[in-house]
Ligand binder design. Structure first.
Ligand code: PLP
Length: 381
């Protein structure tokens, strides 16, 4: 296979070889975990052990894992649990992934009052703004831990503490999709009530994610049927997905420190090449080394994405979900102009993919310079 340079790991990651093996094995051990005979019972046991293990890996022994089809479903499930009544509101940040933001919009259309927390110029949730937004009437606040667009990292412990100081009954939901495996997660220490994770962002398979739910919090079933997932989400379990998710999470948690160093190095070498070639840019966040979001003047992000295809270098303009929408609300929230938004690119790294970043950085830099010249030429015609 031709060598590709895959730098869009915030969109999805290449499954580990072992993940693929687990998938194949599960086609031979294909039994329905709800059946009564021994092989099915042993499959059920494996699922339950993965459930416990995943909670442990996240420091969430004081809660339970509900497996879902991915983070989008888990995010929606989290917002569905609260029974909103008149005078009770929902708070989300303006930088949330569409899985939260669009769900909040849909709830707004049904009459729920939704309040939006602004971002500061670093792309983080503005903690000071919480004083005016969270009240005794707020039932739930949802904030992501790491932005999929900019890599900005929110201080979840402080946000949770502040929210619960203002309103001790509030529930805190965190979309941890881009944080898991990259930042040490200790759910008990963070003090959150609900936490979303997804497997395909950590070299696991697509189609599997989970919502961690703190003990004593009752969630509302979203899918009714045979009563799987303790009745919260019916449907025959995605056995292969669950077991492979557990494997991938175990690996990334174990390699976390070492991976951070590798990724920091990749990012620095690449950025250094852009600097050496005189590329000017605005860095949209310097929080997470895994996501490098740059706004480059005189460039069109999507034109660069396509022009790099000939080198088999794959990166992105923003999040995979919003890359087709120029009205990027996260970028607007951090003060980027329409021109800067059009010139935004996102390079997202993985410690498990190693490339000659000097060479890659040089190729990207040269292509940027070429496109800037062309775009300037077109403007001057
Ligand atoms: N939340 C965040 C922060 C994400 O980055 C993504 C994926 O892009 C999702 C939610 C949705 O994840 P999934 O593809 O598992 O539904």
């Amino acid at each position: 296979m031709e060598r590709i340079v895959y730098l869009d790991n915030a969109a999805t990651t290449k499954p580990f070889d072992e993940v693929c093996k687990i998938f194949c094995d599960c086609q031979t051990n294909f039994y329905n975990p709800s059946a009564l005979y021994d092989v099915a019972v042993s499959t059920k046991k494996k699922i339950e052990s993965a459930r416990t293990h995943i909670a442990e890996l996240l420091g969430g022994e004081n809660g339970r894992i509900v497996f879902t089809s991915g983070a989008t479903e888990a995010d929606n499930m989290a917002l569905n649990i609260v029974k909103f009544r008149e005078g009770k509101d929902l708070v989300v940040s303006v930088g949330e992934h569409p899985a939260i933001y669009e769900k909040a919009k849909q709830m707004e259309r049904t009459g729920v009052k939704v309040l939006y927390i602004p971002l500061d110029s670093n792309g983080r949730v503005d903690i000071n703004a919480l004083d005016n937004i969270i009240t005794k009437n707020t039932l739930l606040v949802s904030v992501m831990m790491v932005s999929n667009e900019t890599g900005a990292i929110n201080d979840i412990k402080s946000i949770t503490k502040k929210a619960k100081q203002i309103n001790p009954n509030i529930l805190v939901h965190v979309d941890g999709v881009q944080a898991v495996g990259k930042i040490k997660i200790d759910l008990m220490d963070l003090g959150v009530d609900l936490f979303t994770i997804s497997a395909h962002k950590i070299h696991g398979p697509k189609g599997i994610g989970a919502l961690w739910v703190k003990d004593k919090i009752n969630i509302v079933p979203t899918i009714y049927g045979g009563g799987q997932e303790n009745g919260y989400r019916s449907g025959t379990e995605n056995v292969a997905g669950i077991l492979a998710f557990d494997y991938a999470l175990t690996k990334v948690v174990k390699d976390l420190k070492e991976n951070l160093k590798k990724v920091e190095n990749q990012r620095n070498v690449l950025l250094n090449q852009l600097n050496l070639h005189g590329i000017s840019y605005k860095l949209n966040s310097s929080d997470s080394p895994y996501i490098l979001s740059l706004s480059i003047p005189g460039l069109r992000g999507e034109v660069l994405v396509h022009s790099l295809e000939k080198y088999k270098i794959y990166l992105s303009t923003g999040s995979a979900c919003s890359s087709k929408k120029p009205d990027n609300r996260t970028m607007i929230a951090i003060g980027r102009t329409p021109e800067e938004i059009k010139g935004t690119i996102r390079i997202s790294f993985s410690a498990y993919e190693e490339y000659d970043m000097q060479e890659v950085g040089t190729t990207i830099a040269k292509e940027i310079l070429l496109l800037q010249k062309k775009i300037k030429g077109i403007k001057n015609e």
